[in-house]
Design a protein. Structure first.
Length: 126
């Protein structure tokens, strides 16, 4: 793990424990004795996620920005706006699985009425 990532908060034991518990409860990894083993679902997720969203540096930056919000150095709506903008860009760019990953999502065509694209997302206010 890069040093700057740990300094920004991603490397804290509490943060790591919470992230690992979420991965286990969502079915992305399973415990085998003292090891965490990725499930098929977890492996597939890592394959399809864009590199920028998988980056521990992004998580560390968000943790750092949250601390700035806590201290009143950054407005919460500015932070949330950045996340919303990134989310919109990701959804716009990745509306359907890339062809090379289509076999990981056998139900995608069925849900989309045969066209291979997922149905439009409902709009949420951010």
């Amino acid at each position: 793990m890069p040093e700057d990532v740990e300094r920004k908060g991603l490397g804290t034991p509490a943060t790591r424990a919470a992230i690992l518990e979420k991965l286990v409860s969502a079915g992305f990894v399973e415990r085998r004795k003292k090891q965490l083993i990725p499930t098929e679902k977890g492996t597939n997720l890592i394959l399809v996620l864009p590199d920028n969203i998988k980056s521990p540096v992004l998580t560390a930056e968000w943790e750092s920005m949250l601390k700035q919000v806590e201290r009143g150095e950054l407005a919460a709506d500015v932070f949330m706006g950045q996340i919303a903008d990134m989310s919109r860009a990701l959804v716009k760019e990745h509306t359907a699985p890339e062809e090379c990953f289509a076999s990981l999502f056998p139900d995608a065509k069925k849900r989309a009425g045969g066209g291979g694209h997922l149905p439009p997302l409902r709009r949420f206010r951010v």
